[in-house]
Design a protein around this ligand. Structure first.
Ligand code: SF4
Ligand code: SF4
Length: 543
């Protein structure tokens, strides 16, 4: 029996999971239009590979990974590219980003799909294929999976954790996936274990999901993987919190989980890895919980790019008191400014929000320094101090108090008797610090450029002065050069060129060679000359 550890703090909000978990997953039908953003992951936006009017097949790469931290995007169905333009994104600001719109042709015609014989492939090649299959973490962070599946200099990551905790209220997409597709999740975990050379695979699931736990245990038989039921307490599904519960270890402040020999992935990511490697299917769909103020809450398998408006319409007649849609859960999610945005890799849940389900919080009152927020904080921060520093724009102080360790879980908000929107203050402080950092980097770059320009002007001035001085010197002392025979000088220069050529050194790179290397070249040359002379002597001597 594995010993479980406790993380500090946490809360237990009303779960609201039963509403959507009572029905099996259904495949959402083809929408009228698919809007596929090129930036659905952390890192560089994918580069478009298609043009307006192109016919594309289901699973065809339409955006190529651009850089080390990037991954591809694919056509979710067959059809024609109708637009490549800036469209509103599912983000609190709904700021637009570059999207490829596809009008489905209804044929849903796949590309040729080929499974990978991953155990007979170089792990680096498998990772590149995962990048090209568009694999990104489906737990919400959407970090490109091929990067996380690279142990790098470590050779191995001893412990792989699959996160099936799904601790946020209302969300049930991972629960249903584990109940219905456990075998493929485990197949994906085996591939991940292979790529990380992990010794142990631990699967953490909150104990409010007994069916998922049973299905995953059955699928794990004879694998050596451990399925562990963890106490239901928000945010047990946070990467650091689940790692602490299962291993007792915590990454250092500002560090990564690999610093303590652990890599963690969402169960849905493992499922997608199996679909990609074993079936040749890129990431073109995901399971989305649609719940809240809707007639038929449930989970859908949804093509990425499906408009939110068309997805929520599947749940029945829309209710008039729906105010907005929350993407993610009520603790860490955000209200979408419009439903005219697409489902993306990060869209695990859509909650139709109404005043009766989510009443507006009462006006914020002054902080009474009750420290309830500190008791609830799972990262052991002092939220009330961070609040004062953020509010007072003392950003340096906020950083000293580890603002960037805050996972924005909302536990402090949840317990604050003064109803202070604490997380909003932390987000504000973080964005201000990032903006200042960007400004500083730009200023440093501009200063470096200016200094470089001044140095170049100075160097050119000196070179001109030296040339002029040499010319003047030359005209004043013709006798000094008179001794040099131009023919001899040309022969000497030709010899020098030949020496360099034989030694593999070109005039371009000779400047970069060390004194020792140049000495070695001279020695080799001297020996070559001696040998040549000896051979000539021999050939001259009588036979
Ligand atoms: S819970 Fe609210 S009122 Fe209490 S210390 Fe924290 S911020 Fe202040
Ligand atoms: S939002 Fe940040 S400060 Fe508040 S409880 Fe969560 S981790 Fe702690």
């Amino acid at each position: 029996m594995r010993t479980l550890y406790q993380f500090h703090g946490g809360v237990h909000p009303a779960e609201h999971k039963q509403e959507s978990s009572a029905h099996p997953i259904v495949m959402a039908p083809l929408p009228t239009q698919l809007i596929v953003p090129l930036q659905q992951h952390i890192g560089q936006r994918a580069k478009p590979l298609v043009q307006i009017g192109d016919r594309v097949l289901k699973g065809q790469m339409i955006g190529q990974a651009d850089g080390a931290t990037s991954c591809a995007v694919h056509a979710p169905t067959s059809g024609s590219v109708s637009a490549i333009e800036m469209m509103p994104m599912p983000h609190p600001s709904s700021l637009p980003d570059l999207c490829i719109s596809i009008t489905p042709d209804g044929a849903d015609e796949w590309i040729t799909r080929t499974a990978l014989d991953y155990q007979n492939m170089n792990p680096g090649e498998v990772r590149n294929r995962l990048r090209d299959f568009g694999l990104a973490g489906l737990g919400g962070a959407v970090f490109p999976s091929h990067v996380k599946l690279n142990p790098g200099k470590l050779d191995k990551v001893p412990t792989l954790i699959l996160n099936g905790a799904e601790c946020e209220p209302w969300i049930t997409c991972d629960d249903l996936l584990m109940r219905e597709r456990a075998a493929e999740i485990i197949a994906g975990a085996k591939i991940m274990q292979y790529l990380l050379s992990a010794d142990a695979v631990l699967i953490g699931i909150e104990d409010n999901k007994p069916q998922a736990i049973a299905a995953m245990r059955a699928a794990c038989a004879a694998t050596g993987f451990e399925v562990i039921a963890v106490p239901t307490r928000y945010p047990s599904g946070g990467a650091k919190q689940l790692t602490k519960i299962l291993t007792g270890k915590e990454p250092p402040s500002g560090g990564r989980s690999t610093d303590i020999g652990v890599q963690i992935f969402n169960v849905a990511t493992a499922y997608s890895v199996a679909r990609a490697v074993l079936h040749g299917e890129p990431m073109i769909s995901r399971i989305v919980t649609v719940t809240g103020n809707v007639e038929q809450p449930r989970n859908y398998e949804v093509l990425l790019g499906t408009p939110v408006k068309e997805l929520v319409a599947l749940t029945g007649k829309q209710r008039n008191d729906t105010q907005s849609y929350i993407m993610g859960g009520p603790m860490m999610g955000f209200a979408l400014p419009t439903d005219n945005v697409p489902v993306i890799k990060a869209s695990n849940c859509l909650i139709a929000s109404s005043p009766s389900l989510f009443p507006a919080p009462p006006p914020a009152l002054p902080c009474i320094r009750c420290t309830q927020c500190a008791q609830a904080c799972p990262v052991n921060l002092q939220p009330q101090d961070l609040y004062w520093f953020s509010r007072g724009r003392e950003f340096g102080k906020a950083q000293e108090y580890n603002l960037f360790d805050c996972i924005e879980c909302g536990c402090c908000d949840y317990v604050c008797p003064s109803h202070i929107p604490l997380v909003q203050y932390y987000r504000f402080a973080k964005s201000e610090i990032w903006a200042r950092e960007r400004e500083k980097q730009q200023a440093d770059l501009a200063r470096e450029r200016h200094e470089f320009r001044l140095a170049r002007i100075e160097r050119e001035k000196k070179e001109r002065a030296d040339k002029l001085a040499a010319k003047t010197q030359g005209s004043k002392a013709p006798a000094a050069n008179a001794d040099i025979d131009p023919k001899k000088a040309a022969i000497q220069a030709a010899i020098e060129r030949a020496k360099l050529k034989r030694s593999g050194v070109t005039p371009k790179n000779v400047e970069n060679l060390s004194v020792e290397t140049l000495k070695e070249i001279d020695e080799i040359e001297a020996r070559r000359t001696q040998l040549k002379q000896a051979m000539e002597k021999q050939s001259d001597s009588p036979k």
